[in-house]
Design a protein around this ligand. Structure first.
Ligand code: HEM
Length: 312
């Protein structure tokens, strides 16, 4: 049996280890029932609000999901993406995503119990899950307890590019603590929504040999009539694994999509997800949870924003 001295030093080590873990990972504060006491109906309120937004516009779900990625990938999941820039927003996030979050926030704050108690960062995380689930994807558990940041992102925006190769994509995602498998699963978000022709048109007319020639011809036609194409042309509003099947057929829209199949180091995972939607859904849920832990703020360096568009 251990003597008292040994027990005391063991306890000290455990405490020290806990302090180290807690201070290095603010994400340790996150838990699914974080608001159970103050806003017990939170998930239902956000669910209903997102449902209404999706009924209003088919762009709501893809735009909201992408908003979550951009929020977390730039300075952490702290709703800084929502802050109105005084110089005007210069990048391509669609207004429908912002509106979905503002409407969900208004719905939450219309409940007197919940008013001004739930962070915008958590509402984004919940609305992203709803966008996935109500489009037919997995209903994964969302960890909560993020605080909102106090500064905007405009000077700090570094995001992966639609022409990135596998090494660049991996390098970017590893700065978020995410693996290649996480990155491939998250790229499956491109089962929803669309991209402007400017992001892929330069790959057409035979310039990218990894593009299927009939897809190339089809995209030339699409972009002569409209300025966008769907990332998953068959089920653009359905969350499924067809995105990965398209990659197997050279029908990935962005260079960064198709490279996941062209590069032998990631092809096996694409094949796996293409043949097994359940595994894709599981890995996507795990990766979204990990993405949701990036750069989480605490009461010490964050706040619960009253209006998601402005710091308090
Ligand atoms: C792997 C690196 C990624 C690159 C290079 C990339 C790039 C892009 C580009 C260029 C667009 C088209 C934007 C436009 O036309 O305005 C887009 C759309 C989209 N992205 Fe990504 N993305 C990546 C990862 C992700 C991740 C991790 C998510 C979410 C988990 C995501 C979700 C989306 C969604 C849902 C759309 C459609 C948006 C809409 O229709 O409004 N993307 N992405």
């Amino acid at each position: 049996m251990a003597n008292l001295g040994e027990l005391a030093s063991l306890a000290a080590i455990v405490v020290l280890a806990e302090v180290a873990i807690l201070s290095s990972f603010a994400a340790a504060q996150l838990r699914p029932d974080y608001y159970a006491g103050v806003c017990p109906d939170l998930e239902g309120i956000v669910r209903d609000s997102v449902k209404r937004s999706m009924a209003k516009s088919p762009i709501s779900a893809p735009a909201t999901l992408r908003l979550f990625f951009h929020d977390c990938a730039v300075m952490g999941c702290d709703a800084s993406v929502m802050i109105v820039s005084p110089t005007g927003d210069d990048y391509s996030l669609k207004p429908e995503g912002f509106q979905t979050i503002l409407d969900a926030k208004a719905a939450v704050d219309s409940d007197p119990q919940c008013r001004y108690k739930v962070s915008c960062a958590d509402i984004i995380a919940l609305a992203a899950r709803e966008s996935v689930f109500q489009s037919g994807g997995p209903n994964y558990t969302v960890e909560l307890g993020r605080y909102d940041g106090k500064i905007s992102t405009t000077n700090n925006v570094t995001l992966p590019h639609g022409d990135d190769n596998l090494d660049s994509l991996n390098a970017f995602f590893s700065t978020l603590g995410l693996s290649q498998t996480d990155m491939i699963a998250l790229s499956g978000a491109h089962t929803l929504g669309a991209a402007d022709c400017s992001f892929f048109q330069h790959r057409t007319r035979g310039k990218d040999p990894s593009m299927n020639p009939s897809f190339d011809a089809q995209l030339q036609g699409t972009c002569s009539k409209q300025n966008f194409a769907f990332l998953d042309e068959v089920t653009p509003v359905g969350f499924d694994n067809l995105y990965f099947q398209h990659l197997q057929n050279g029908r990935g829209l962005l260079g960064s999509d198709q490279v996941l199949y062209t590069d032998e180091r990631s092809r096996g995972t694409v094949d796996y997800y293409a043949s097994n939607q359940g595994i894709f859904f599981y890995d996507f849920s795990v990766a979204m949870t990990k993405l949701g832990r990036v750069g989480v703020k605490t009461a010490a360096d964050g706040e619960i924003r009253r209006d998601c568009r402005y710091p308090n």
